[in-house]
Design a protein around this ligand. Structure first.
Ligand code: MOS
Length: 732
């Protein structure tokens, strides 16, 4: 089904199941420990051996030799494959770093061997007996030092001349020079780690030349394709199965070493092999969010209207890598006739930088929304009113492109009202209660809404059960449930009549989970397949498909009504389709919006920050399931607190690795750090986004939160910190 005209009324609008607060259909499996995660799938292949991945101990250079005799003689060892045993393996399409093979070391903890043994302990122990001789190379590990060599990159991350790469509208420099009130500040965000609970883990088994991996991935089809490329297989000879995932956050978008090393280990051992990356390898072997240095300039008239806005962002990555697109939101969030957007990318020899938790907008908003707070203060305007004054209903670079929906002003007004914003003291550092300085901060929330083609198969069984099959993943987000709700609504049955099977590459290719495109896109794919199944049901019953309605377990047309299960009583009905998106997202700008409000208390003596209250008011199209959507947003708000106050990979700039590569050293918020969080969804539908009229919401919940926290800290203390995270040493 091609979706290229705005949606009108359709069966989803019945809202008998969709849009209703629904607890997770797979929840009982998870809370009782029966949901099979990758490492725990003892039953999928017999006689599993254990693999352990050895990572390189240098950040840049070559492996000269590897001495494995002692390891091979160690108890329980079945096989060892070293990087010197094979040539450098081809990169998957989505990979920046090479995953294995050859002597070249591109980054610290790059996989250089897999040891397979009878037990996990034996594999790990033997890996420790491998002696590696390196020739250490000269690595570039410091973003600031690499800055002079940084190259301009365009919006797609391609290198180009500054003239081609930079996006200019009007005359930024002229307008900025003439502006009555200006701001020119720089902000930095650090390298960050996904820190998902479940590490990357894979069980691999070969059957002749065919490979199956049971793994933990956000993108089943990408992994199948890239694993085939890397190992020189045909995609149809690779099966990927990933029904349950203990968090991804972008770290499991792209094929990683766990899958490659399990496959190589299994081939060498002649047995299925299971392995998980050790926690330090999650930080240093996989991907991370790259650090940024961002400069923002804003010029406005005394009336508070922005006349000039510029956002320049520098980040680093391995050769052939991508920039952190921290400028994305600044193209679209505020009006202003004269604009400059520029990205610079420096080559670094740190582990691969890539998508993490709302890449682009998450760190970009941490800079832009502090700059807006600073600018409001210079203008003597309330920060909420300053944003409202500069709202735009069209793409500021191309006024012929309206936003499909943009209710930022309502989010801000409603948020201010609910949060008690009027009580804020605009003069910083004036609210004190005992040792605690308190303050309120806010930020706009913004994240673009991407749409991705997505397929599904739907079966109406002889037992009357509706079964959905798609390679869509549920990374803890609630995909199972919203997909079940969609099929139930479309087929006119209760949730108890729907089964959902996900994450298997034998199923139709879906959008997968990423970029907050998964929920809307994958349910739209299920919608498309259900439209086909409804046609098949109508045809079998001799109904005119256009007249048939499906509800309460019945199919009705004219004065006829038949129980749905009778349609398939004799033989199962199967339908498959996918949603494809036309040019609507080019004609309309699709984005999601929020107002984020935060209250903090800062210890006047120690600088310790406590978040006291948080509120997010979100506008993200139809909310398919208010319970799982709220969970997404409170999780994202929690990540925002992490980014504001604690998350930072510490770079060893001599040796090129992330030092705090575990959950003891890499701090994320825990329950005690997170107080009351409130989430409000505006009642809205977006007919341009999909037949579901929904948009992404998960990452929206994060974008802006860090700045709201930093702005609240400023309001509490009068100290403006522009280097994240805002740790207590920066406040004293
Ligand atoms: Mo998200 S960082 O695109 O998984």
């Amino acid at each position: 089904m091609k979706f290229d005209t705005p949606a009108t009324s359709n069966p989803i609008d019945q809202l008998k199941v969709v849009g209703r607060p629904t607890t997770r259909i797979e929840g009982p499996l998870k809370t009782t420990g029966r949901a099979p995660y990758a490492y725990e799938r003892h039953d999928v292949a017999p006689n599993q051996a254990y693999g352990h991945v050895l990572g390189a101990g240098i950040g840049k250079g070559r492996v000269v030799s590897m001495e494995t005799d002692a390891a091979r003689a160690a108890p329980g060892v079945i096989a060892i494959v070293t990087t010197l045993d094979m040539a450098q393996l081809p990169k998957g399409k989505m990979n920046t770093a090479f995953l294995f093979g050859g002597a070249e070391i591109q980054h610290y903890h790059q996989a250089i061997a897999v040891v397979v043994a009878e037990s996990f302990e034996q594999a790990r122990d033997a890996a420790g007996l491998i002696r590696v001789e390196y020739a250490r190379g000269e690595g570039r590990f410091d973003l600031t030092a690499a800055r002079p060599q940084a190259k301009p990159v365009d919006a797609d991350g391609k290198q180009a001349s500054a003239e081609e790469a930079d996006e200019r509208v009007g005359d930024f420099e002229g307008a900025f020079a003439r502006a009555e009130v200006t701001l020119d500040e720089s902000y930095t965000t650090p390298d960050e780690s996904h820190a998902m609970m479940e590490p990357h883990a894979t069980i691999a088994a070969w059957d002749g030349g065919k490979l199956t991996i049971w793994t933990s991935t956000q993108m089943v089809a990408w992994w199948r394709r890239d694993l085939a490329i890397t190992l020189g297989l045909k995609p149809e000879d690779v099966r990927v199965d990933s029904p349950y995932i203990g968090g991804g956050f972008g770290g499991k978008l792209f094929l990683r070493a766990d899958a490659v090393m399990a496959a190589l280990g299994a081939r060498a051992a002649g047995r299925p092999v299971k392995l998980a990356l050790a926690r330090p390898q999650v930080a240093n072997n996989t991907t991370h969010r790259p650090a940024t240095i961002q400069r923002i300039r804003i010029g406005a008239g005394r009336d508070g209207r922005i006349t000039a806005i510029a956002h320049e962002s520098l980040s680093g990555d391995l050769p052939d890598g991508q920039p952190e697109t921290a400028v994305s939101q600044t193209k679209l969030l505020y009006a202003g006739a004269n604009r400059l957007i520029a990205m610079r990318l420096a080559e670094l020899d740190l582990p691969e930088g890539n998508s993490m938790r709302a890449p682009g907008e998450a760190p970009g908003m941490m800079a832009l929304e502090v700059a807006m707070d600073e600018m409001a203060e210079r203008l003597g305007l309330d920060p909420v009113e300053f944003r409202i004054l500069n709202d735009t209903q069209v793409d500021p670079s191309d006024p012929s492109r309206p936003f499909s929906q943009r209710q930022l002003i309502r989010c801000l007004r409603e948020g201010a009202e609910r949060f008690g914003w009027a009580q804020r003291n605009a003069s910083p550092g004036r609210q004190r209660n005992g040792r605690w300085l308190t303050g309120l901060g806010m930020a706009a929330g913004f994240r673009n809404n991407l749409v991705v083609k997505s397929g599904a198969r739907v079966r109406l069984g002889t037992d009357g059960m509706v079964t959905v099959e798609t390679d869509m993943t549920d990374i803890g987000t609630g995909s199972y449930t919203i997909i079940a709700q969609t099929a139930a609504e479309m087929m006119g049955v209760g949730l108890d009549r729907v089964r959902v099977r996900l994450g298997d590459s034998d199923f139709p290719v879906s959008a997968g989970s990423g970029g907050q495109f998964g929920g809307n896109s994958s349910t739209a794919g299920v919608y498309a397949a259900c439209v086909k199944l409804r046609e098949a049901v109508a045809q079998r019953l001799g109904f005119n498909a256009a007249d048939a309605s499906f509800s309460d377990g019945e199919v009705r047309a004219g004065n006829r009504r038949v129980k749905l299960e009778e349609a398939a009583a004799a033989q199962e009905l199967v339908a498959e389709d996918r949603i494809e998106f036309g040019d609507l997202s080019k004609r309309f700008q699709q984005s999601t919006f929020a107002g984020h409000f935060v209250e903090v208390a800062v210890d006047a003596f120690t600088g310790e920050v406590r978040v006291r209250r948080m509120l997010a008011v979100c506008a993200a199209g139809r909310i398919l399931n208010p319970i799982s959507a709220r969970s997404q947003v409170i999780g994202a708000m929690t990540m925002g607190v992490g980014a504001a106050l604690m998350e930072e990979l510490a770079v060893d700039k001599r040796h090129g690795f992330f030092v705090n590569h575990d959950l003891a050293g890499y701090e994320v918020p825990v329950h005690a750090d997170i107080p009351q969080q409130e989430v409000v969804f505006l009642d809205e539908t977006d007919p341009v986004s999909s037949p579901m009229k929904a948009k992404g919401v998960g990452e929206l919940g994060l974008c802006g939160v860090g700045a709201a926290v930093a702005n609240a800290i400023y309001n509490a203390t009068g100290v403006r910190v522009r280097d994240y995270p805002v740790t207590l040493d920066k406040l004293l």
